[in-house]
Design a binder for this molecule. Structure first.
Ligand code: HEC
Length: 191
């Protein structure tokens, strides 16, 4: 093969490599863009989309929770609130299909206006969900789990974790501690 031919072959190979890299980049970039969207869009965790929980911001409060860092509100849809009222958040009665819960987490700051010490929500960090559907989530005792992280700068959500194994090891495994309460930690707080 002459020098010229070799050079030409090398140049073609470089062009091809560049084209493949460009395609791979476009696909991954498109993927990232497609999952970082506002509520109501079809972003999913193993087929559970944020849209399935539309209206969660108006669900009733079950209880707040204050871990070492952050501040949380745990909310339930009407079917979940009914389950608490009827006392079916137990292993033998079980929460019925259709019940859903949201856990909203914020970072905190001291209130600038309150006369005494008062910790208030600062920025939205993430929303986590549980929804009961026995036929859809048999591997996790009927509960489907999803988490969407919030980006305060772009004001968009992105799905965190995917797949049934993620739900199992990332979420359900810890919720197994409260198997006797049908895997629900929070109790309805009196008001
Ligand atoms: C290490 C243990 C642990 C893991 C892992 C975990 N949770 Fe929880 N979860 C809790 C505890 C404890 C609560 C009670 C509320 C609180 O203080 O945060 C809770 C509460 C919840 C609630 C409100 C209903 C309830 O059971 O009280 C939802 C919804 C929820 N978690 C979703 C998820 C999702 C989705 C995942 C996986 C991405 C997950 N959790 C992983 C410990 C865990």
């Amino acid at each position: 093969m002459s020098q010229d031919l070799l050079w030409e072959a090398g140049a073609m190979l470089k062009k091809a490599t560049f084209a493949i890299a460009l395609i791979v980049f476009s696909i991954s970039f498109g993927y990232v863009v497609s999952i970082a969207q506002k509520p109501g869009s079809p972003i999913t965790v193993d087929g559970i989309g944020l849209a399935e929980f539309r209206g969660y911001d108006a669900w009733q409060l079950i209880a707040p929770s204050q871990p070492a860092s952050g501040l949380k509100a745990i909310l339930g849809n009407p079917a979940m609130i009914k389950a608490f009222k009827e006392g079916s958040v137990t292993a033998d009665k079980e929460v019925p299909d259709g019940a859903m819960m949201a856990k909203i987490t914020w970072s905190t700051r001291d209130s600038a206006d309150a006369p005494g010490a008062a910790m208030v929500p600062d920025t939205l960090r993430r929303v986590q969900f549980m929804r009961k559907d026995s036929s859809r989530f048999p591997e996790t005792d009927g509960w489907g789990y999803a988490q969407f992280d919030y980006n305060g700068t772009t004001k968009t959500f992105s799905a965190f974790g995917t797949g049934a194994s993620f739900m199992k090891s990332g979420c359900h495994q810890c919720h197994m501690r409260v198997r006797a309460r049908d895997f629900v930690f929070t109790d309805y707080a009196a008001r």
